[in-house]
Write a protein that binds this ligand. Sequence first.
Ligand SMILES: Cc1cc2nc3c(=O)[nH]c(=O)nc-3n(C[C@H](O)[C@H](O)[C@H](O)COP(=O)(O)O)c2cc1C
Length: 167
Amino acid sequence: MDLYDAINARRSVRSYTSDPVDREALKRIVQAGIEAPTGCNMQLRQFIVVDDAAVIDQLAELDMTKGASAAVVIVMDPQGTPYGEFWVQDASATMENMLLAAVAEGLGACWVEGQVTPKEPELRKVLHVPENLRVWSIMAVGHPTKHPSRPPKPEFDKIVHFNVFGG
Ligand SMILES: Cc1cc2nc3c(=O)[nH]c(=O)nc-3n(C[C@H](O)[C@H](O)[C@H](O)COP(=O)(O)O)c2cc1C
């Protein structure tokens, strides 16, 4: 799939069928996440691929899945680097790569982060994540029931400047 087509087709999907997601597709999506850049190449990420209905149900009870039949949880080691702290940016770049890979797989996905931190203790318990690591964000992924419409985005000319602000 052309990269620009994937970028333009990607939407946050919040409604899914109950069909399972192919494990091999999930692995390719995670590999795309692994390919994302990380600050100082620190590689502070780990991934939990969730496709077992019993675990998905527990995530759904915590309102983390949007009804999707699979999820990828990004777990971060919140270490600094000699140049500063980049682990949040690392996780974000990783998430975007995975969202685009989900499009390439013909799947829908949604970045779920809003409620993750307040529910981190419960998530840590469900997913057996050790105390020294952060449960940072979750990608719900599955077969969409429909393609969401594009939400409002600013017009290019209103927010893009050439060479200097206002240029
Ligand atoms: C950091 C971040 C956190 C997000 N957290 C959530 C979330 O918790 N739940 C949710 O439904 N969408 C979440 N989203 C998705 C945004 O709501 C979505 O990207 C935005 O509405 C624009 O829609 P689009 O992705 O279809 O372009 C998050 C997106 C980002 C970048």
